[in-house]
Design a protein. Structure first.
Length: 237
């Protein structure tokens, strides 16, 4: 029987061998990753421009929805600044097929904020859905993978079937008004009775104008006793 030390050494050697053949790089700084690092090196992870909004009552994200939709809480993990190397996290997740980044970042985000009580009382996680044509093209919904990581830490169930996106359109290079018009009445809620009296956490990858999140949240408003909170990986400011 092989000893535990032998197995550990063999595993380390295999990681090193494949690292030479297929070097893994940090998605932020492009430096080589050690076998214990996933997608982001320790230095870049430490320096992520965290918002800490989960520690701030009436933070700037929550204020974006004032007078529009009633929400309990809202936060984002890091600031999404155009031109920042940290935008690569979202870009790799959405456009380069690296869906596992979503789970890793969702898990890291949840681990960091769960002690604040942000997830207290939440009954179900609902990721922002993509239209079936977008799913067919991309192969996955990045928000579902973020939600999966959050669920692994919080043990809150994910429901990715109840909400559907009826239209397929891009919001790239659109004005704020165009984005609002683009997503208005876009989402449809199936079996709304399942959410009666529930506290729902809506998950998206990045918050810019807030139009998409607001349109999704609006589909829940007719449900009796529903409460809504919002979490995203990135947020512009």
């Amino acid at each position: 029987m092989l000893s535990m030390d032998y197995m550990i050494n063999m595993t380390t050697w295999i990681h090193a061998f494949f690292g030479l053949l297929f070097p893994r790089q940090c998605v932020v700084c492009n430096r080589s990753l050690s076998h214990t690092e996933k997608f982001i090196c320790i230095t870049c992870n430490i320096n992520i421009p965290r918002t800490h909004y989960h520690l701030q009552k009436d933070n700037v994200i929550e204020k974006r929805f004032w007078g529009q939709i009633p929400i309990q809480r809202a936060t984002a993990f890091f600031y999404y600044r155009k031109g920042s190397d940290y935008c690569n996290i979202i870009h790799e997740l959405k456009y380069r097929g690296r869906k596992e980044i979503g789970t890793t970042m969702g898990r890291d985000m949840a681990n960091e904020i769960q002690n604040s009580g942000f997830f207290n009382g939440i009954d179900v996680i609902v990721p922002i859905p993509l239209h079936r044509d977008r799913i067919r093209k991309r192969g996955y919904n990045q928000s579902e993978w973020i939600a999966k990581g959050i669920a692994e830490v919080t043990n809150i169930p994910v429901n990715n079937k109840a909400m559907a996106r009826k239209t397929y359109s891009s919001q790239i290079n659109q004005s704020v008004f165009e984005r609002w018009e683009n997503v208005k009445d876009t989402f449809e809620l199936h079996q709304p009775e399942l959410f009666s009296g529930k506290h729902i956490l809506i998950v998206d990858d990045v918050l810019t104008t807030g139009a998409t999140v607001m349109a999704c949240a609006s589909a829940f408003l007719p449900v009796q006793g529903v409460r809504l909170s919002i979490i995203t990986l990135g947020a512009s400011h």
